[in-house]
Design a protein around this ligand. Structure first.
Ligand SMILES: Nc1ncnc2c1ncn2[C@@H]1O[C@H](COP(=O)(O)OP(=O)(O)OP(=O)(O)O)[C@@H](O)[C@H]1O
Ligand SMILES: [Mg+2]
Length: 263
């Protein structure tokens, strides 16, 4: 099967004045259509950079990223992206923010009633019913994150990129949204790449977890997660294999944790 995404010896260096930051080094991996891939690694190891490359927001210095066999050039309209930083438009309500993807790119042919139906469905799914007419400034941090999530789901893209989507949320809400995400994703055939700091989240959700090294980010370990689906995020952490996965991944991750403390 042709991979939907193909990272081939990708390296990325950022220059600013005399400073040179080597963010990614020789990253090679393939993502299968319909796969749920989680990426974990110390702060500053290039996780967001990998997503930015996938979204076509920047280009690799060395190597290439292919989408369905073709190098990504310019913004990749097949993906939607929940960025790490909140990028809701402050002058638009929740509902108008969620509807934004229909005004851009290839989904603009969706009818207005279908747009409204989908907006309603996803706003409800993320628990923001009743807040449709609120502006981002009137929401909590976690609510803004949820609005962003609804906006990326409404697009029903082939590939969903999520950068720490649940980071700002309390533990219970996090679990609820993980469960909703799995329900939406399982059986959808969509590809999902999730960056997270949370190993439990990575194992609970993913088919495969990549552990990156400290900067320059390389792939340190790849762990396939063979837990059966559908999964119940509330209980899956109690199955015996879960502990083994956790130990393996933690062993890989901890080697770099002290280096991750730098900015
Ligand atoms: N647009 C940019 N211009 C210059 N340097 C950048 C840019 N984007 C990222 N970097 C640098 O590249 C390195 C990797 O950044 P990136 O945001 O990908 O890390 P990360 O793994 O997502 O970290 P975190 O877990 O803290 O979000 C960092 O040192 C960062 O300063
Ligand atoms: Mg990041």
């Amino acid at each position: 099967m042709q991979p939907i995404l193909d990272f081939r010896s990708v390296s990325k260096v950022f220059y600013k004045g005399d400073t040179r930051v080597h963010a990614l080094s020789n990253v090679t991996t393939r993502v299968e259509p319909g796969e749920l891939l989680a990426i974990v690694g110390p702060s500053g190891c290039g996780k967001s950079t990998l997503l930015n490359l996938t979204a076509g927001l920047m280009e690799p210095g060395v190597g290439e990223v292919l989408y369905q066999g073709k190098p990504i050039s310019g913004v990749n309209t097949h993906v939607s992206y929940v960025t790490q930083r909140d990028n809701l438009l402050p002058w638009r309500t929740v509902e108008a923010n969620v509807l934004l993807p229909f005004e851009l790119g290839p989904r603009s042919n969706v009818s207005s009633s279908e747009r409204r139906d989908r907006a309603r469905k996803y706003i409800e799914l993320v628990g923001l019913k009743g807040f449709e007419k609120h502006y981002p400034a009137e929401l909590s941090g976690g609510m803004r994150k949820r609005a962003q999530l609804a906006r990326s789901l409404v697009y029903e893209p082939d590939v969903l990129l999520m950068d720490e989507p649940f980071g700002a949320l309390d533990a219970q809400l996090r679990l609820m949204l993980q469960a909703e995400l799995l329900k939406t994703w399982e059986g959808s055939g969509k590809t999902l790449i999730l960056v997270t700091h949370d190993l439990t989240e990575a194992i609970s959700l993913a088919d495969r977890v990549i552990v990156m090294s400290a900067r320059p980010g390389r792939i340190r370990t790849v762990q396939r997660i063979e837990l059966p689906r559908p999964r119940d995020v509330f209980t899956i952490r109690f199955v015996p294999e879960f502990g083994e996965y956790f130990e393996n991944l933690w062993a890989a991750l901890r080697e770099d944790m002290h280096q991750g403390a730098e900015v």
